[in-house]
Design a protein around this ligand. Structure first.
Ligand code: ZN
Length: 466
């Protein structure tokens, strides 16, 4: 008998974590961080509903924080098994977790100053750099498509997910007495229109399928329209003299954006001469991407030729802004440039400074190119129902143009999810829709059920047996 418990990314897109128990072993699929509102993030502090010392191994789908961000906490609380991940996730995990530890340390210091003044008990960060270092020692890199026995009764194969560099669809084969069962976990499934990476690999058999549903309720706008909108926003901003501000996830979205900007530039459609990448993390991630061009999409001969020479060869005028001083200098530019900065959902990082300096300017253009979770500043901008926002302690009037470019998403949309799952052979696997807000999952469930599937939407803490 095999048990699977849904411990995160149920009814929401963050906190990905699933506990798989066989007769002999316990493993986790992902151990991600909850991100979004304060209330959502409070779930990170809550004790794990299992003993971390009794977890034998972790299998990681990809290096985004909402999939890996609680791994150091797992180690801090006693986990000492191996963490299996793809070769490109190996360096990305290092980058993501060290940054996460650093941010938490800073946030906790800040919060503790307030608490001290108020006479309240002080907080401890979720984990520190030492915990991250201990976790990183447990990594084991596995090549794509290489079935690998990770425990006596469990073997794992990573397949390309096309979402970010190193992202994978995880296929587990579990020995259960004389029988063997297959569980496929989609991880975050990429958008086949994504330019840099290969398309998500087709899988045709499984007993149980965990499928993400981030965009389960909608299709992305056609790519051509999106690129046209991007081109027009750049032209309008150049004409009115405003800046173009693009919040972007450091890993994945930033590199896609650089790709598209380079493509538009060659057509003469990028009037801005300077494009600032104002994010040390995105700069490091871009360097890791540049070291793994063999994993890039081979459909684009132009990219294949230029990619090995680095991003600046691809996009003229691309400037890396690493230090705080450099970033502050970018803050002082009133118009005429493109600024790409993190975080992708505007809930932290340098982008908040750029929004503070630009959002109130009528001539500025803000380009939202990724999913914005409930409760984030980015979501408020997309929803557009607030005229004045509080950013870094200042009241900021929203006067800039806000563009939402759906087609640049790193996630498959409704039709793409249905299409990908449509390749599974009869009998169809038991289907569980995860990693989606309520409406997205419900809408996708209706579509699947119409096609003869029995799609389930698991609740937090729900356990299934197969
Ligand atoms: Zn992701």
């Amino acid at each position: 008998m095999i048990n699977l418990t849904f411990l995160g990314a149920t009814g929401q897109v963050t906190g990905s974590c699933y506990l798989l128990e066989t007769g002999k072993h316990r493993i986790l699929l992902d151990c991600g961080m909850f991100q979004g509102s304060k209330e959502t993030e409070r779930q990170n502090i809550v004790e794990f509903p299992f003993n971390p010392a009794q977890i034998d191994a972790v299998v990681l789908s990809h290096a985004h924080l909402d999939h890996c961000g609680r791994l150091p906490k797992l180690v801090k609380e006693g986990f000492n098994g191996k963490v299996f991940l793809t070769e490109a996730s190996f360096p990305l995990l290092d980058l993501m977790l060290k940054d996460a530890a650093h941010l938490q340390l800073k946030d906790t210091e800040w919060e503790n100053k307030r608490r001290e003044r108020a006479g309240k008990a002080l907080l401890e960060p979720l984990y520190d750099l030492e915990d991250v270092e201990a976790l990183l020692k447990l990594r084991v890199a596995v090549a794509y498509k290489m079935p690998t026995a990770i425990l006596s009764d469990i073997s794992v194969t990573f397949h390309e997910a096309g979402h970010i560099l190193g992202s994978s669809i995880v296929r587990l084969v579990i020995q259960d007495g004389a029988e063997s069962k297959t569980l496929v976990f989609s991880g975050d499934l990429g958008n086949p229109n994504s330019p840099l990476l290969r398309d998500p690999e087709i899988i045709t058999d499984a007993d149980v399928l965990l499928l993400e549903s981030t965009y389960g309720d909608r299709d992305h706008k056609p790519l051509e329209n999106t690129l046209l909108e991007l081109k027009e926003a750049l032209a309008e901003a150049a004409q009115s003299g405003g800046n173009v501000i693009i919040p972007a996830f450091a890993v994945g979205r930033t590199q896609d954006l650089i790709y598209w900007l380079g493509k538009l530039q060659r057509q003469g459609d990028v009037p801005q001469r300077q494009i600032y990448l104002d994010s040390p993390m995105a700069i490091s991630a871009s360097k890791i991407y540049a070291q793994h061009t063999h994993l890039f999409n081979i459909d684009d001969p132009e990219l294949t030729k230029k990619a090995p020479h680095g991003w600046q060869a691809w996009l003229q005028g691309l400037l890396f802004s690493e230090t705080a001083e450099e970033s502050m200098a970018v803050n002082r530019i009133n118009g005429g440039v493109i600024i790409i900065a993190g975080s992708g959902m505007c809930n932290g990082g340098r982008i908040r400074h750029h929004l503070k300096y630009n959002l109130w300017r009528r001539e500025a253009h803000i380009i939202i190119a990724g999913f914005q979770a409930q409760g984030t500043l980015g979501r408020m901008l997309v929803d557009g129902n607030k005229k004045v926002l509080k950013i870094l302690g200042a009241e900021v009037n929203v006067a800039a143009h806000i563009h939402t470019l759906g087609a640049l998403s790193a996630h498959a949309d409704q039709s793409q999810l249905l299409q990908w799952a449509g390749h599974f052979k009869e009998p169809k696997p038991s289907l569980y829709l995860i990693h989606g807000e309520k409406n997205a999952a419900l809408s996708l469930q209706t579509c699947f059920n119409r096609q003869g599937w029995q799609a389930n939407i698991p609740k937090a803490g729900e356990r299934i047996t197969f």
